[in-house]
Design a protein around this ligand. Structure first.
Ligand code: ARG
Length: 551
């Protein structure tokens, strides 16, 4: 069966057209209270003015004209002119038995996420991008998009000139360094660069050698990149992300396109020279003091920076990957950067599809400040994840500890509005009560156990008790929720939905015995449990969270 809401909406729309000559959208909403039925529309109130008729009269004419008796009880007119709809139990049962699925929507979406930087450890910011990006990729694919993942790794720029020069000076073989070694090398080379002009000049020449493809320089750089990617893969494996090595298309991948980017912008008269750098000044972008803000396309030393690479990436995504939509999962501090890149790319005629910055807030420590180690350093993502698994290990069997610990961290990240900051609080994350990952995982595991005792599952045939109706109604909202997340790119809506389902399930358990009931009631309730289990399993799966069968 197709989704309920669109069917109900379409019926009301055609009634409105028949009576008033306009196919109004009823904008059906879930009823705010059970006594108002299941859905509600304020259409009569919205159009009463325009029609110059009292709202309740408009509602009455609509109700008179609409044909819903095969799906709903007689519509009720409430208060100043709301129309309330209550589904027939058999309509609900059918919708639960035949859940809606999506077919391809023919659209391709490119999702840019995770994006750690070479020669540095991944930190909690990369955790957020990876977790949110994964969930969005899963949801978009489920909703019918063809999803292309792009891990825009930071693997290019002037710092590699310094690091390679430092290696050569210290006479260290690039092959001998692991990620930690690289990080220390970076710190030493940075100090050296700042203190010694001679070294700085050599480092700059080395960048030119790197960017123009000098084999020896490239080999050393390649080694640094590979060491880093190997390390990222270890974190990805622990996290259980959908990202693969083949999704890595780092900043360096666009090197050869950069001169063309400059050339085309220049031909369009979009570049201005400013203190030796080539800049684009866009109307409406100003600093706090009112001075115009530049997009620096080529730096004064001739090198290309972060912005140039992002412009080339936009072109690649539109022209080569044929994106119909581009999504960037990057923290909120880069909002202005993306605003300017998108504006410039549109001005240059390179971007003619929606590009969205999926921005997110900061992970805070217990003190409410950005998360740091006691010494003030960045917290390594691996350490954090390992401690979550350890914490979960004390409440669960060992085999599920990873699923629960990682699931808890992911769910905590996804369940609050991504624009907000949140405090990284492991105790709260792994709690078995409240809106947490383990609570949902437990609801799923308990259903699995119940169903394993019950024998074959048939269909939902009766929905008599309010608690079973409420649960059934919620289950019919799964596809609509997924669609909403695909549109708004807000995973917390799916979390809230799943939490509502799990909460309705626990009321159902209290009020409706399953295994101890008999005959058709037992069979129907079992089928309702099976449908609930599937929604929890699919929903957690879309969030990138495992649903163990036992815990
Ligand atoms: N590597 C960057 C960072 O860690 C994020 C890259 C975001 N993606 C992009 N296309 N600019 O801040």
């Amino acid at each position: 069966m197709s989704a309920l809401l669109p069917v109900l909406s379409a019926r009301i729309t055609s009634a409105a057209e028949a009576v008033f000559g306009t196919p109004y959208d009823p904008e059906l909403r879930s009823a705010t209270k059970p006594e108002f039925g299941h859905y509600q529309t304020n259409l009569a109130l919205r159009i009463a003015n325009e029609l110059e008729q009292p709202p309740r009269e408009v509602a009455a004419r609509l109700v008179e004209a609409v044909r819903l008796d095969d799906l709903c009880e007689q519509p009720a007119i409430a208060g100043p002119g709301f129309i309330n709809l209550t589904l027939l139990p058999r309509t609900l049962a059918k919708a639960v038995n035949e859940p809606e699925t999506f077919s391809s929507n023919g659209q391709r979406v490119v999702v840019d996420y995770s994006q750690p930087n070479v020669a540095k450890q991944m930190h909690v910011g990369h955790l957020r991008s990876t977790v949110i990006g994964d969930a969005l990729c899963n949801v978009l694919a489920f909703a019918g998009y063809d999803v292309i993942r792009q891990n825009h790794v930071g693997d290019w720029g002037t710092q590699y000139g310094m690091m390679i020069e430092q290696l050569l000076e210290e006479d260290i073989a690039a092959e001998s360094l692991d990620l930690e070694g690289l990080q220390h090398l970076y710190e030493r080379s940075r100090k050296h660069f700042d203190a010694d002009g001679n070294f700085a000049d050599k480092a700059r020449l080395r960048v030119v050698a790197l960017q123009s493809g000098d084999p020896e320089t490239r080999a050393m750089w390649r080694h640094m990149v590979d060491v880093s990617l190997d390390d990222f893969d270890k974190v990805y494996a622990l996290l259980g992300t959908g990202l693969k090595r083949t999704d890595v298309v780092g900043e360096s991948a666009y090197n050869d396109d950069l001169p063309q980017v400059v050339k085309e912008l220049d031909e369009q008269g979009l570049l201005t020279e400013s203190e030796g750098a080539l800049c684009a000044f866009l109307p409406g972008f100003q600093g706090r003091d009112g001075s115009p803000l530049p997009v620096i396309v080529r730096k004064s030393d001739g090198g290309f920076g972060y912005s140039a690479t992002d412009l080339a990436a936009v072109r690649h995504r539109v022209n080569t990957l044929h994106a119909d939509r581009i999504v960037y999962v990057v923290d909120h501090r880069q909002a202005l950067h993306f605003d300017m890149i998108f504006t410039l790319a549109r001005t240059a005629g390179w971007l003619d599809v929606p590009a969205e910055h999926v921005s997110f807030g900061t992970v805070l420590g217990p003190n409410g400040k950005p998360f740091k180690t006691r010494e003030g350093g960045t917290v390594k993502l691996v350490d954090l994840l390992n401690s979550a698994v350890e914490r979960a290990g004390s409440v669960d069997r060992e085999s599920t500890a990873r699923a629960v610990g990682i699931g808890a961290v992911k769910y905590a990240d996804l369940s609050s509005d991504r624009g907000n900051d949140y405090v990284f609080d492991l105790d709260r994350m792994v709690a078995m009560t409240g809106n947490t990952g383990p609570y949902l995982q437990y609801a799923h595991a308990r259903l699995t156990r119940l169903l394993s005792k019950a024998g074959p599952v048939t269909e939902v045939t009766q929905l008599a008790e309010p608690a079973e109706k409420r649960l059934a109604l919620l289950l019919t909202g799964f596809a609509g929720t997924v669609e909403q997340v695909a549109e708004t790119l807000q995973p917390h809506r799916l979390c809230t939905y799943l939490y509502d389902v799990a909460s309705a399930l626990s009321v159902f358990y209290e009020q409706c015995p399953v295994l101890s009931s008999e005959g058709d009631t037992r069979a129907s309730r079992l089928a309702l449990c099976a449908a609930t289990r599937k929604v929890l399993q699919d929903g957690l799966g879309l969030l990138g969270i495992e649903a163990p069968d036992a815990m």
